[in-house]
Design a protein. Sequence first.
Length: 400
Amino acid sequence: MRLPVPESSHAVLIGTTTYSGSFAEQPLPAVANNVADLAAVLTDEQYGGFLAENCTPVLDEDDRNAILRAVRAAAARATDVLLVYLSGHAAPKELSSNELHLPLPSTDDLGEDFWWNHALPYSDIRRIVRDSQAACRMIVIDTCFSGRALAEAMGKADGEAFVISGSYVLASAGSNIHAVAPAGARHTAFTGVLIDLLTNGIDDPSPELSLPRIFPRLRQALLAAGYPEPDHTATKTVDQKAVVRNRAALIARDLAPDVVTDLGSDVNTIIVRGLRRLEDLYGQGTRSVRDRVRSEVLRFLDHDSKIVSQEAGRLYDLIRAWEDAPGADDEPKRPGRVRRALADPWLGASAVVLALVAGTVLWSTGLSAGLACAVAAPLGLLGYATAIAVAVVSTPPEKD
């Protein structure tokens, strides 16, 4: 599994928050956060798989042709990964049809004749994505009735049963199921869980995450919360295309397991304990650990708990001070050859043995025990100094 090639991968994130007609009294303000926060996750400098300039948000656009042009432009440029995300209201052209349409801000009442002429046809999005030369094509759709998008998947032509290699469609709900947007929540239910998994990672050794890889966790979390069951369809090769790095695996690799456990706790005082331990870990000085610690601290700055956010703020200020200090980017210095020789327990033991042997030999010649020890002790120290000198000369300096 690998991340997208940044320069040749593109994402288009489409969302509608305000409506007229049948949906005038059902705005979806959370969709704006869906688009913004998903873009932030996908383009995160440390963990994301896309360049910010290659991620195009399209919010509350009323001209469906403008939306299609944005998707077509990304599809034309993408040769590695193309990802299209759709969020908002949706309805089938007819109840017996899989022709899904997404109302735009000025779409007429659904009861009006030909209302779909003023909506965004999912089939047009699918066709553009399908015809792209990108090696991997993904569609994520968070709307009511989104399961109907799976019926046609990414077939070469309408009605064909097979799908193109490297294609993936992820739907938030079944064919006849309404998606959920909890009142007052920052995100819609499906996208909120998706963003959380992409942001925090999963308990999996893989350093990267693809959408098929996280799907079982996504499904489990949504069902546990009482939300609609998502669905997906994928070809074999798409699982090898990650969209983000697995934060959980990378942090676990660099941080002590008990610290990772503390930071993942639901108890605020335990999270604070984990943050305080991060301060000690930062002092270890390796760049990898520093990067992980900084990333974790940033994650908790906006925590809902005041004690957690305050502790994260305190630690962030310390990190900023450390980073501004002279030599902050230096790796911790390794001990020199003299220090390594002095720390060698075998050299010290050899000196003691030499002193004992010399004392025994001198005592056997008739010298008193006190005089023999007095003479043997300097001989032992001389031997110790000689051994250190030999070790220093014969040991090469440690290389970076």
